[in-house]
Write a protein that binds this ligand. Structure first.
Ligand code: NAP
Ligand code: GDP
Length: 319
């Protein structure tokens, strides 16, 4: 029998961490030789190397899924680029280097399709991360995340360590961050339209509604994380995204959210607000070579489940 893996998930209390825990409740995805530990910032502030060493000494992971990060939508990034850079640089270096020093076999970190160059050809693929500056709106987050890829290469070249990273597109689902100011677009609009419906207000969508995005349901992403943990053996990162044909406009996704909330007011586009990068169309061809038959949850179904989760869990949702 294979030896037991002790898997620490940093950022285990967030959107993606909660989704992994949820998927592991399903016997189809659970494995007897895996012990899982989900951490939040209450267990350790990962910006502090002493706290990181203490939590690794306590749990002695053999594997790490590194999700913890300062995360936010377009407007949070625009307001706090320096904080995104510094907090994420500190968290990532502490987690990667403590993993190395304590003999962790495999680390899977998390990049994002929003760290790719702003001026680029499409579709974007895994080889293009460092090809030019990121969009100005999120340069802090992007450079901090890009350095994970650089650091992974260093651990492999200098020490033979197989530390890798995944590159999800925009993620949404239950346990998301629904803060009206700082969140990503889907949870932000769900919360905003929920309140507008209650108060009889207009629902406001920031920007022109024209930008295009690929969105992945957190529970689909969680299943892909389990595959990466168990079966993906490269150091080079891999894009975890829906297909290019499933890219949608912000206005289309706003309409879908409004419909699912039964919110019948017309939506107002506030074109004085930023659009961010027009599109970040990413190719999932590498993923499709490994998993040609993976089925993503259709966007309509995933939005319906997310809206319903928010309405049912309004009091305890992060906001
Ligand atoms: P999230 O819901 O905001 O959760 C962030 C997690 O990080 C929480 O568990 C939080 O702990 C933890 N954390 C933050 N600062 C910390 C610190 N200083 N010390 C310890 N823990 C800290 O984020 P998410 O959406 O699940 O994102 C997970 C990963 O996916 C991140 O690396 C993110 O960059 C990446 N990603 C996200 C998206 C997206 O659309 N959401 C897209 C692409 C990539 P508390 O709960 O205690 O605060
Ligand atoms: P991104 O995908 O990394 O750019 O981040 P977001 O999830 O924050 O999506 C940003 C896109 O959604 C931009 O085109 C915004 O103009 C648009 N958007 C529309 N309304 C909102 C909102 O209420 N919150 C956020 N975060 N974005 C919004």
């Amino acid at each position: 029998m294979s030896s037991t893996k002790r898997i620490v998930v940093t950022g285990g209390s967030g959107l993606v961490g909660k989704a992994i825990a949820k998927v592991l409740e399903d016997p189809e995805y659970k494995r007897d030789n895996e012990e899982w530990i989900f951490l939040s910032s209450k267990d350790a502030d990962l910006r502090n190397p002493v706290e990181v060493k203490a939590i690794f000494d306590k749990h002695k992971p053999t594997h790490v899924i590194h999700l913890a990060a300062m995360v936010g939508g377009l407007f949070h990034n625009m307001a706090k680029n320096l904080d995104f850079l510094r907090n994420n640089l500190l968290i990532n270096d502490n987690v990667l280097n403590t993993s190395f020093e304590t003999g962790v076999i495999k680390v899977i970190s998390c990049l994002s399709t929003c760290i790719f160059p702003d001026k680029t050809s499409y579709p974007i693929d895994e080889t293009m991360i460092h090809n030019g500056p990121p969009h100005d709106s999120n340069f802090g987050y992007s450079y901090a995340k890009r350095l994970i890829d650089v650091q992974n290469r260093g651990y492999f070249e200098q020490h033979g360590k197989k530390y890798t990273a995944v590159i999800p597109c925009n993620v949404f689902g239950p346990w998301d961050n629904y803060n009206l100011k700082d969140s990503h677009v889907i949870p932000g609009l769900i919360h905003k339209f929920y309140l507008a419906k209650k108060c009889g207000d207009v629902g406001t969508v920031m920007g022109t509604g024209k930008p295009l995005r690929q969105f992945i349901y957190s529970l689909d992403l969680a299943k892909l994380f389990l595959w990466v943990l168990r079966d993906y053996d490269e150091v080079a990162p891999i894009i975890l995204s829906v297909d290019e044909k499933d890219e949608v406009s912000i206005k289309a996704v706003a309409d879908l959210i409004a419909t699912n909330l039964g919110f019948e007011q017309p939506l107002k586009l506030d074109e004085t607000k930023a659009d961010g990068q027009y599109k970040k169309t990413a190719s999932n061809a590498k993923l499709r070579q490994y998993l040609p038959d993976f089925k993503f949850t259709p966007l309509e179904e995933a939005i319906a489940e997310s809206v319903s989760w928010f309405v049912q869990n309004y009091d305890k949702a992060r906001k």
